[in-house]
Design a protein around this ligand. Structure first.
Ligand SMILES: Nc1ncnc2c1ncn2[C@@H]1O[C@H](COP(=O)(O)OP(=O)(O)OP(=O)(O)O)[C@@H](O)[C@H]1O
Length: 641
């Protein structure tokens, strides 16, 4: 790799292009898609023109695994009886030069050359793309950097194929998620991690939470810590399988419809975000790193005239408008590296750009993946995509590790709660022990039922283990750094195929503690098999229940043998504890009130902004109207004097 290229990558958004292979419609028309197809509107058959594909929308998660339609099909060369395809069909070729840049030439006619960080030709696999362009980013996310992968391109160019994939060809999302957990297994770091996932889509300028069973209003706010997405559900996850299960649920709620270009076109932009909080294990009060891995599958741009029914046209209008705003944002950002000299960046003009603001504004490491159709009839759109890609390549980025020292992070809050519960458990056990000793010495009547039961203590133990299970520890066993493909060696050490991969995942997820030093929760107590992990709300409820339980346990203990001096001491301890609890409650009530106040304020500001935005839109429309009227008036012949 020539000197300076790596340097440039770090300072600017990394941009790759993937040219999808030609897929002949008739070969894949017997595809097996489910799920999204059912929610699709009336479908129109894809034209059997220059390779417009039908789509297998079968998620990589679903079983039984059926080979993708093009997998065992003939290659275009075979279809043509061995003759090479017409250059009018294959419009692009990549020029590989073994460096981080490659060129793509337009054939035939005028030649255009675009130089980007990497160009993946039709023969490139998603795995190769992942290894070369995304793996490092995933590691950076686990190391503490905010990172994003965005798939951009005209409709039907393979964005969803690249991001989500199929059972046999997992996309960048499953590969990245696996890599995160593999990283925990292989990294000799001694850090503890808390991972959370959110999944949303932007459909017709509305943000929809794909993890929420029912629609909840989602609002965006700016805060000192960056963009806040209020109302969005986040789930704590402890294995790839848990993430995949959430994605499968979310995918069923997605907006998908048929266009004349793609029978199962994504009609929304989709954002999967993995939040990563980590802290050195040997520094109980050390700072917490907060980072994120955002995986974005953008809806495809398309010519409105191609999109069929009025519903599709309306969706297409929203999609194109938000992509146009994205183009304007990219344009403004690419103008100069100097933020002070930069013109207004219109992040606020669409929900998509608002959501992508943290990724694009320079504090994240970004890989932009532009997908291109190989066919000549899409040259215009492909040129636009290339131009967008070249612009985006100029966007500066200065990603930094973000560390916080306060208790705002979930990881710190969880660890503190666990410590607290452990303290309470120890006290309960000591008191139980004390009670036994008193009974033996005759200080308490043996008929008394007011004692701490083993079940009650066990409840505390279970609560602690439930919380501990959610905190993942990177292995402290000395193993080499994870390399591409390591994940596939987890189970039997034999050559794995794609089917094995899914099985490996299942096995790995259901038994995370392996002799190789895989992810392990600190506690030896595990949930019964088949039980899903507790949600945040469940854990909170469980905590409150346990706190209540502890209070009643202590009360019982006191009333059991009041005459004893030691009990008097215990009573004082309990009083102190209750005072401390009351103080804590007062503190949190105060903080909650402040938080509510702040939220109220933010809500009002956001409402005002919306009103202003609407007003601005109205004024712009009126302006347009006036301009058109003036133009009309000018065109009218002047009256005779
Ligand atoms: N690299 C590839 N190899 C084989 N098939 C591919 C590849 N890329 C895309 N396809 C196939 O092309 C079709 C369209 O791809 P896909 O749905 O991923 O496009 P898209 O860009 O997400 O479209 P939209 O924006 O409309 O959602 C699908 O049938 C997909 O399986």
């Amino acid at each position: 790799m020539p000197e300076g290229v790596e340097e440039e990558r770090k300072k600017h958004v990394e941009v790759c292009v993937r040219i999808r292979p030609l897929v002949i419609t008739s070969e894949s028309s017997s595809s097996f898609f489910q799920g999204k197809q059912q929610s699709a509107g009336p479908t129109s058959p894809a034209p059997a023109d220059l390779g417009t594909p039908s789509k297998s929308r079968k998620s990589f998660l679903r079983k039984p695994q059926i080979p993708r339609p093009w997998g065992k099909a003939k290659t275009p060369d075979e279809k043509n009886n061995g003759k090479p395809p017409s250059p009018a069909v294959y419009a692009w070729k990549t020029i590989s030069d073994d460096t981080a840049t490659q060129s793509v030439d337009l054939v035939p006619g005028r030649t255009h050359t675009y130089t980007l960080d990497h160009v993946y030709g039709p023969e490139a696999t998603t795995e190769a793309l992942f290894d070369r362009s995304v793996l490092g980013l995933v590691h950076a996310a686990m190391d503490g950097y905010h990172t994003s992968v965005l798939a951009y391109g005209q409709t039907s160019t393979g964005k969803t194929f690249t991001m989500t994939g199929t059972p046999n060809h997992p996309g960048l999302i499953p590969l990245s998620i696996q890599e995160c957990f593999k990283y925990l297994k292989h990294r000799k770091q001694g850090r503890e991690y808390l991972l959370r996932v959110s999944y949303l889509e932007v459909y017709k300028e509305h943000i929809r939470d794909l993890l929420a069973a029912s629609a909840v209003p989602i609002r965006l706010f700016d805060s000192n810590d960056g963009l806040v997405i209020k109302g969005l559900q986040e789930e704590v996850v402890t294995s790839p399988e848990e993430v995949f299960a959430l994605l499968e649920e979310g995918e069923a709620r997605r907006q998908v419809g048929a266009t004349s270009m793609n029978q199962h076109s994504s009609r929304s932009h989709v954002l999967l975000r993995l939040w990563i909080e980590s802290r050195a294990e040997n520094e109980p009060h050390g700072s917490v790193r907060i980072s994120s891995l955002s995986l974005v599958d953008l809806a495809g741009s398309e010519s409105v005239r191609l999109t069929g029914s009025s519903e599709r046209r309306e969706e297409g209008h929203y999609i194109n408008k938000s992509l146009m705003t994205l183009g304007q944002v990219v344009y403004a950002l690419s103008e100069t590296d100097d933020e002070t000299k930069r013109k207004h960046v219109p992040y606020r003009d669409s929900k998509l750009t608002r959501l992508l603001q943290p990724s694009l504004s320079g504090s994240a490491q970004v890989v932009l993946l532009c997908c291109i159709s190989p066919i000549a009839s899409h040259l215009e759109e492909s040129h636009n995509t290339f131009k967008f890609a070249c612009r985006a390549k100029k966007i500066p980025q200065k990603a930094k590790i973000q560390e916080v020292k306060d208790e705002k992070t979930m990881l710190a809050a969880y660890i503190e709660e666990i410590e607290d519960l452990k303290q309470q458990l120890q006290e309960a056990r000591e008191q139980q022990e004390e009670f036994r000793r008193l009974m033996e010495s005759g200080g308490v009547s043996t008929g008394s039922t007011d004692t701490v039961s083993d079940e009650e203590v066990q409840e505390l133990v279970n609560a602690i283990s439930t919380m501990e299970r959610l905190i993942l520890k990177s292995s402290t066993i000395s193993t080499p750094r994870a390399k591409p493909g390591d994940f596939f060696d987890l189970s039997d050490g034999q050559g794995d195929n794609d089917d094995d991969l899914v099985d490996d995942l299942m096995a790995y997820a259901s038994n995370p503690t392996t002799p190789n030093g895989a992810i392990s929760a600190k506690s030896s107590f595990a949930d019964p098999p088949g039980e899903s992990p507790a949600s945040n709300a469940d854990i909170q409820m469980e905590l409150e229940r346990i706190q209540g339980l502890l209070g009643s346990v202590l009360k019982k203990r006191i009333s059991g043998g009041a005459e004893n001096a030691e009990l008097e001491m215990l009573r004082k301890q309990l009083q102190k504890q209750q005072q401390a609890t009351n103080l804590g409650k007062a503190d949190s009530t105060f903080l909650q009130a402040q938080l509510d106040e702040k939220n109220k304020l933010l809500m009002e500001v956001s409402k005002m902004l919306e009103i202003l935005e609407e007003r601005q839109a109205r004024l712009e429309e009126e302006n347009d109207l006036l301009r058109r009227e003036i133009a009309l008036l000018r065109r009218q012949p002047k009256a005779e004097p």
